[in-house]
Write a new protein. Structure first.
Length: 396
């Protein structure tokens, strides 16, 4: 059954349908902003807590690993709970975790707050993809999914410059309070707009494991692992990269990352258009352009002009990742969207955690160039996987 067919078999939701879709997109924007916020604040957070930058990167890697475990558990354990109630519960946890992060004074309490955040993130991500499909008015599942994915893309690329801007103006703690305020507003909007959403998939361990035997599902998960791990091995340290390699001063970092974010949103819409007919080709272009930008950063990153060009190429390339890999998973498992989404979110967040952790080790031991080299190798491997996957498919 296609995505459109699933939506058309559901009753219309009335005039609140699009508002509920937008509310879910804003929820995704809030959770991914909270996830990305510490990247732009990593240096001041490390200094204020008397930690090394590599050690402080645990506040990025740890919640991602927690979310990777949480996402599949949500669809397996909470398979009888109304999705509206469950989504609102995770939003409450998101609110509390950000308020806690803003008030702690020791790293171990900040890590605990980020663990709670990781639980909320895993739950929200696991549910959001299937909610977009269910909430859309009949015949508009594709547009609704694009709107939700725009929340992911916008937060992924704007969360870091937003963190830099707020942190530079008011300090990193107030940046977390601002995110908590956003979560509070979105929570009210969700409470008002979301209809009751009964469970419409029977998710069991055996059916989930059967899904993992499908070739295209495994390829999609592998692409997510390679691209996202490579990206975050370098992007987690984007601030010290621009400062130490290209010699940009603090006053330019926020502006550079904001432009990066705008190009990332552009990349999201470009990918949203091209994947409709050319999904594998779009994913290949994303992966190979990321690999090229990392490689050229190693060679020419000391030039400020060249580093700006490469940063924008990086942004427009990565901006299309979320919508492309999630669409791949939707097409690979059209009758098990919630489960496929949960697995992909699990790998996505595991990849963020792995990238940030490995990147932290490399950064502390060998410097930023080693992060870029690893990112180049992993994204190039993703491009090759797409080529070999298409060749294997054509032979069948």
């Amino acid at each position: 059954m296609s995505i459109e067919a699933q939506v058309e078999s559901s009753p219309p939701l009335g005039k609140k349908a699009w508002l509920s879709v937008i509310a879910v997109a804003l929820a995704i924007f809030a959770v991914v902003s909270a996830e990305m916020l510490p990247i732009g604040l990593l240096t001041p957070i490390a200094h204020s807590l008397d930690q090394s930058v590599g050690h402080a990167s645990l506040i990025i890697s740890l919640p991602s690993l927690v979310a990777a475990i949480t996402a599949p558990c949500v669809v397996l354990i909470f398979n009888q709970i109304n999705r509206r109630k469950l989504f609102l519960l995770f939003m409450l946890l998101l609110l509390g975790s950000n308020l806690m992060a803003a008030t702690v004074t020791e790293l171990y309490w900040l890590l605990f707050a980020r663990v709670l955040f990781g639980i909320s993130m895993g739950g929200i991500w696991a549910l959001a993809g299937s909610l977009a499909v269910r909430l859309a008015p009949p015949g508009h599942a594709g547009l609704a999914t694009s709107i939700v994915f725009s929340g992911i893309a916008a937060a992924s690329v704007l969360g870091v410059p937003l963190g830099v801007y707020l942190g530079d103006l008011f300090g990193w703690r107030l940046a977390f309070i601002c995110v908590a305020a956003l979560v509070g507003v979105v929570l009210v909007l969700l409470y008002w707009s979301l209809p009751s959403l009964a469970v419409n998939e029977t998710n069991t361990l055996s059916s989930s494991l059967q899904l993992l035997k499908q070739r295209n599902v495994l390829i999609g998960l592998a692409l997510t692992l390679l691209i996202v791990t490579g990206h975050f091995a370098a992007y987690t340290f984007i601030r010290p990269l621009l400062q130490s390699l290209a010699q940009f001063s603090d006053q330019y970092i926020g502006g550079l990352l904001l432009v990066y974010g705008l190009f990332g949103i552009l990349g999201n819409f470009i990918a949203g258009y091209t994947i409709q007919k050319y999904l594998p080709q779009s994913l290949f272009c994303i992966a190979i352009l990321l690999a090229i930008s990392m490689a050229l950063f190693v060679l020419f990153g000391h030039s400020q002009g060249m580093s700006i060009f490469l940063l924008l190429l990086w942004g427009v390339s990565y901006g299309g990742v979320s919508v492309a890999v999630m669409t791949w998973m939707f097409r690979a498992a059209p009758t098990q969207i919630e489960t496929a989404t949960a697995f992909n979110i699990s790998i996505f967040n595991l990849s963020i955690g792995l990238g940030a952790y490995i990147g932290g080790v490399l950064y502390d031991s060998n410097g930023i160039l080693s992060n870029l080299i690893l990112a180049c190798v992993l994204t190039a491997a993703a491009a090759m996987l797409i080529v070999f996957g298409l060749q294997a498919k054509s032979q069948h």
